[in-house]
Ligand binder design. Structure first.
Ligand code: E4P
Length: 215
């Protein structure tokens, strides 16, 4: 499983990029609004840091025509822009058009296997099932990853599954075990993945043994 970072914050993107673990970035309108910057300018900044991995940029329109117009403009910003489209009937029409134009798409706000299957058949490059938001309403987000992975496998579908709305490290491990190709993770959770109390205690003990022996 590969890692994307789920943020529009430049410092967080730079930091994750420096770790050498980053395969892409996902943004959404809420994340961009939090930054208080021009969307297209921010995408230019992001794609100057992440030059190869996919950078998802979401459309705001709710009609296919508007989505297509917006998506073409977003895709023109950099070759690694992926147009993020909401999982609606209008969104499916737009995804089909983008697929025919060889523009990559990430179908977002996926909450069921049927939605994922429809998105894949419309030609989506990625589907993003939202784990945390399903957990929030008492469903099992990780079960959705398993079901989508199984259906895609049975039908040899090459659309990639991005585990999204990731809230904690267990989501990441389980998403990997259940067949997600990618997890898009907030910066805070990336730091949590790297940390273990026994690693910290081990370093402390090695250093103190070293100091005692070399005192
Ligand atoms: C995915 O692409 C979305 O940007 C994101 O994962 C949403 O996460 P949230 O439910 O924490 O807002």
């Amino acid at each position: 499983m590969r890692f994307f970072i789920d943020t529009a914050n430049i410092d967080e993107i730079k930091n994750a990029h420096e770790l050498g673990i980053l395969s892409g970035v996902t943004t959404n309108p809420s994340l961009v609004a939090k930054e208080g910057v021009d969307f297209h300018d921010r995408l230019r900044e992001i794609t100057s840091i992440v030059t190869e991995g996919s950078v998802s940029a979401e459309v705001i329109s709710t009609e296919a025509e508007g989505m297509i117009e917006e998506g073409k403009e977003l895709a023109a910003i950099a070759p690694n822009i992926t147009v993020k489209v909401p999982m609606t009937l209008e969104g499916l029409k737009a995804v089909r058009t983008f697929a025919d134009l060889n523009i990559k798409t990430n179908v977002t706000l996926v909450f069921s296997t049927n939605q994922a299957l429809l998105a894949a058949r419309a030609g989506a490059t990625y589907v993003s099932p939202f784990l945390g938001r399903l957990d929030d309403i008492g469903h099992d987000g990780l079960e959705l990853i398993s079901a989508i992975a199984e259906v895609f496998d049975i039908h040899s579908i090459d659309t990639e599954i991005i585990a999204a709305s990731v809230r904690h490290p267990v989501h990441v491990t389980e998403a990997a075990m259940r067949g997600a190709h990618i997890a898009t993770i907030p910066h805070k959770v990336i730091a949590q993945l790297a940390s273990h109390p026994l690693t910290d205690a081990g370093i402390e003990r090695f250093l103190s043994d070293w100091e005692k022996a070399n005192a």
